[in-house]
Design a protein around this ligand. Structure first.
Ligand code: DAH
Length: 346
């Protein structure tokens, strides 16, 4: 009997079927009420009790294998090409659905495309950075509250006595790439730096501990605030539509002087006032300013010869305005039902 089980098992593993009818015959032959396996079960009942245990196990196993093999053959019949030979070579191929880009990638690529049309290159820097590149060279004094304000994730922090050792941290903004570019390149410099940044924030609809920014930097002789304004106006109109208006409000950043924040007119209510623009008619989009001469000097650029402007924006912020999706968390959960709604040329 054991021998018969083994033989049947081998037969089953070698079965093939090129049509539903053949497959049904095979199923009846092995798994039918009067089939091979059923008759083995009948013989099994006659066995002495001590032989039953081992044989029973083998027999159950055989039955499972036979069922699995039949299902396998059935699947390959309904999907030609896997184990049967296709005889119609003109048959169209299966449609493979393509995915969609993540909305943050779409917006980042669009920002890069807009600035590359007016001569900006793309440069990147590391996410794990030194305190020097993130804060010190950008004119943040040692005890400046912004270092805490930005809720930095420190990887290695020096003790009070050891203050000459450079801290290692996760960058809190992409402005650190400015420093790297200025130190390694000679003006004229015209570059944008997209990337991921980190701040120790509680996750909510409006804040996340990981997000994305694009930094912009232009350094040359005689770069003026008017150049900055015109570049940002071009960007805003390309991004949000040709009727977009911008507004620059005075602000403060340690690395720019003067500094400003840019708003665009609210595209959702058209300026009439809604809960997205908090009834002001304007939406804040980015920070900017003229690079502080002290920063130029910190990075090895002669501030008596060169001036420059810089700006920085949040990619999530732009995406929220563009798509009117007001919960940041959706961008990080990767729910396919959300992601599938975005398509793009970028
Ligand atoms: N780094 C700033 C932030 O994370 C954004 C920023 C503001 C960047 C002004 C700039 C700038 O380059 O000039 O909030």
């Amino acid at each position: 009997m054991l021998e018969k089980i083994r033989e049947t098992e081998e037969e089953i593993s070698l079965l093939t079927a090129d049509s539903e009818e053949v497959l049904e015959e095979l199923r009846i032959k092995y798994l039918g009420k009067k089939g091979v396996i059923a008759s083995l079960f009948t013989q099994f009942r006659e066995l002495p009790p001590d032989a039953k245990r081992e044989t029973g196990q083998l027999l159950n196993n055989l039955k499972e294998k036979a069922s699995a093999r039949i299902v396998e053959l059935k699947n390959s019949l309904s999907r030609p090409g896997e184990s049967t030979i296709i005889d119609d070579l003109t048959r169209p191929g299966d449609i493979i659905p393509t995915g969609t880009r993540h909305p943050l990638s779409i917006v980042r690529n669009e920002i890069i495309s807009i600035f590359s049309r007016i001569g900006f290159t793309v440069s990147e820097g590391p996410e794990i950075e030194s305190d020097n590149n993130v804060f010190t060279r950008l004119n943040f004094p040692p005890e400046h509250p912004a270092r805490d304000m930005q809720d930095t994730f420190y990887i290695k922090r020096h003790s009070e006595e050891d203050s000459n050792i450079n801290d290692i941290l996760l960058r809190t903004h992409t402005s650190s790439v400015q420093v790297r570019v200025m130190e390694s390149e000679k003006p004229p410099i015209r570059t944008i730096s997209p990337g991921r940044v980190f701040r120790n924030e509680a996750i909510s609809a409006r804040a996340h501990c990981i997000f994305h920014q694009v930094e912009g930097l232009y350094i040359d002789t005689e770069v003026s605030f008017a150049d900055l304004r015109q570049t940002l106006l071009f960007f805003a109109r390309e991004m949000f539509g040709e009727d977009t208006r911008i507004r620059l409000r005075p602000s403060f950043f340690p690395f720019t002087e003067p500094s400003a924040e840019m708003d665009v007119n609210c595209t959702i209510c058209g300026g009439k006032g809604c809960n997205v623009c908090k009834y002001s008619g304007w939406l804040e989009v980015l920070g900017c300013g003229m690079v502080d001469p002290a920063v130029l000097e910190n990075c090895g650029i002669d501030s008596s010869l060169y001036t420059g402007y810089a700006f920085g924006m949040g990619i999530e912020r732009i995406a929220m305005l563009k798509y009117q999706v007001n919960d940041l968390r959706l961008y990080f959960e990767n729910d396919i039902r959300f992601l599938n709604q975005f398509s793009s040329a970028f």
